[in-house]
Ligand binder design. Structure first.
Ligand code: AMP
Length: 217
């Protein structure tokens, strides 16, 4: 199974992907998380990606595609979070999957109005150590600025500042949103209202994955 979660930054892709990957035993492949880990470890990919990630621009396709291709193994189910992010990456993904005789089973769009996405992004905080996600209004850490899970520092992502978050939403609208029509034309797109409570979003996406699994059997 290959399932893609599509949606604006702030739509809950990361949170939902983690829950759903664990529920179904899929491998969660989140390109943003990988870039942040590579940047923290100052690897060659991290150094190349850093200026793009920090300023809210897309990392060049050749870097992302090579990174994803190197991580996708035959016979493994994937939940893709943050990839593909433009039409060229979508075509490259098809090329990566072809030799493995895999196709994309479902693309789930987490639909959220722009203003709500911006609010969620600017109020989001993450643990610098384990990447657990918090929100200053809806899910603050129990102890001030300390991660409930690992005790690490809870900080704002540099690209969640109001200016950069706004830019990321523009990039999403210009480059990623066209994927909605692309996957609709392939008849594999489903849409979920991402303004619902997180549990309801999880249930709605799970129902879509369950239906796709039933078709495969
Ligand atoms: P995310 O955590 O998904 O919001 O991604 C954070 C940042 O990582 C993005 O703003 C981009 O700079 C970079 N990034 C993540 N995934 C991709 C991708 N598929 N293509 C290009 N850049 C990406």
């Amino acid at each position: 199974m290959i399932v893609i979660l599509l949606g604006a930054p702030g739509s809950g892709k990361g949170t939902q992907s983690k829950i759903l990957a664990a529920k179904y035993g899929f491998t969660h492949l989140a390109t943003g998380d990988i870039f942040r880990a590579e940047m923290a470890a100052k690897t060659p990919i991290g150094l190349k990606a850093s200026e793009y990630v920090k300023s809210g621009k897309l990392v060049p396709d050749n870097i992302v595609v090579e990174m994803v291709a190197g991580r996708m193994e035959p016979g493994v189910n994937y939940l893709l979070d943050g990839f593909p992010r433009n039409l060229n990456q979508a075509e490259e993904l098809t090329r990566i999957l072809a030799p493995q005789r895999k196709t994309i089973d479902k693309v789930v769009l987490l639909d959220l109005p722009r203003a709500e996405a911006l609010k969620r992004l600017t109020s989001r905080r993450i643990c610098a150590k384990c990447a657990e996600v918090y929100n200053i209004y809806t899910k603050p850490p129990k102890t001030d600025a300390q991660c409930d899970v690992c005790g690490g520092d809870v900080v704002q992502r540099e690209d969640d500042s109001e200016a950069t978050a706004g830019k990321r939403l523009m990039v999403y609208e210009d480059l990623t949103n066209p994927l909605v029509a692309y996957y609709k034309a392939e008849q594999i797109l489903e849409q979920v209202d991402a303004s619902q409570a997180p549990d309801q979003v999880t249930q709605a996406v799970a129902a879509i994955i369950d239906a796709a699994l039933a078709v495969k059997k």
